[in-house]
Design a protein around this ligand. Structure first.
Ligand SMILES: Cc1cc2nc3c(=O)[nH]c(=O)nc-3n(C[C@H](O)[C@H](O)[C@H](O)COP(=O)(O)O)c2cc1C
Ligand SMILES: CCCCCCC(=O)C(=O)O
Length: 353
């Protein structure tokens, strides 16, 4: 297997599909299966991408798009791009530098990364390596003291935003993963959990909305729920004073036969009535997908597999290339639809056939 890992060889890869092919050639089959796979029959995984394909853009003409600007304000911070790096665990299996490489790439491009609870490198190591303070994704253990210690580590690293993943009371039935997930949990480094008691179980099937109150009493970080897909839960989150939501089905890795993320967005956005930002992940493979999500009310989007393709293919240079490609597509797409800034987008830009 060859691994083209210089900046020059990454530049030759024109789009995410080409990065995906390069990643496939770089990874052992079981690691590739872990990255690409979903749950059960992987219907939701496929739908995440297919549902973007069922939508079409409605461009406006004769708009001055000579100075496109993709920056936005999110949780009191100015970001250069509405494209974030979704939390992806165990990045050390894709490249030896794992999250350190991803974080350096994100920092180099002024984009925000979300570090997983089960990252290979700890959030403190990520900050030290990249100079960027990421958001932190929380998986809870059934032991509250351990969860509290974990949150403390994120706070000590300077994190301002905590994303609680709410779509994983148990893990999905990932037949294509074989025993990889169990082996990863047992034998891979999990920097954030080192030295914490009871950290071998990172899901808690007894979690309820009361846990959000528990969290609120224990942290000043903004609380974002990752995995909300219905108006009902968006309303409960709003009543509980949550700071933001990520519409997500975990990249089709949890419940199968759930709807595509983009198909869940409108009802969630409508339920929160502008009281908090709603982000989306799942199936974004082109800048035009991001434009559709932003037009349908997402404040920002996250990508998971796409940046990992870059990581596997070329470490930091590969992640930078994945982000650069998507950002360039976003900018060009905004110019071609006639929306030079993100606030110009609304649902009128998206239609069915
Ligand atoms: C290999 C892999 C590992 C993941 N690990 C986590 C994780 O640790 N925590 C989490 O909340 N989501 C995790 N996710 C889900 C992503 O955060 C995100 O929801 C999903 O990848 C978005 O779909 P996309 O891959 O189509 O962009 C993981 C996804 C993948 C592919
Ligand atoms: C037992 C450890 C589980 C880590 C799961 C990472 C993840 O969310 C994934 O989708 O894979």
């Amino acid at each position: 297997m060859t691994q083209p890992n210089t900046s020059a060889s990454m530049q030759a890869l024109l789009n995410l599909r080409e990065l995906e092919r390069a990643a496939a050639a770089s990874l052992a089959p079981e690691v590739w299966a872990y990255l690409q796979g979903g749950s059960d029959d992987m219907v939701t995984l496929g739908e995440n991408v297919a549902a973007f394909g069922r939508r079409f853009l409605r461009p406006r003409r004769l708009v001055d798009v000579s100075a496109p600007d993709t920056s936005l304000e999110l949780f009191g911070e100015r970001l250069a791009s509405p494209i974030l790096l979704a939390p992806v665990g165990f990045q050390g299996i894709f490249h030896p530098e794992g999250e350190l490489a991803s974080a350096r790439a994100a920092a180099a491009r002024g984009q925000r990364m979300i570090v997983s609870t089960v990252s290979t490198y700890s959030v403190a190591e990520v900050v030290a390596a990249s100079g960027q303070v990421p958001w932190f994704q929380l998986y809870t253990t059934p032991v509250r003291a351990t969860t509290q210690a974990l949150i403390g580590r994120a706070e000590d690293a300077g994190c301002q935003v905590l994303c609680l993943t709410v779509d994983a009371p148990v893990f999905g039935n990932r037949e294509s993963h074989g025993t990889t997930l169990l082996e990863l949990n047992a034998s891979s480094r999990k920097g954030n959990l080192e030295g914490l008691d009871g950290a071998s179980a990172v899901v808690d099937a007894s979690l309820t909305w009361e846990f959000v109150d528990w969290l609120r009493e224990r942290t000043r970080m903004r609380i974002v729920l990752k995995g909300i897909v219905t108006a009902e839960d968006a309303t409960l989150a709003r009543e509980r004073g949550v700071d933001g939501l990520i519409v997500s089905n975990h990249g089709g890795r949890q419940l199968d036969r759930g709807r595509a993320s983009i198909d869940c967005l409108a009802e969630v956005v409508s339920a929160v009535e502008g009281h908090m930002p709603v982000l989306l992940d799942g199936g974004i493979r082109r800048g035009t997908d991001a434009i559709m999500a932003l037009a349908l009310g997402a404040a920002a989007v996250c990508v998971g597999r796409p940046f990992v393709w870059g990581l596997a293919a070329g470490g930091q240079a590969g992640v930078e290339r994945a982000l650069e490609v998507l950002q360039a597509e976003l900018v060009r797409g905004l110019q071609l639809v006639g929306a030079p800034t993100l606030d110009r987008l609304d649902a009128s830009f998206v239609g069915p056939r």
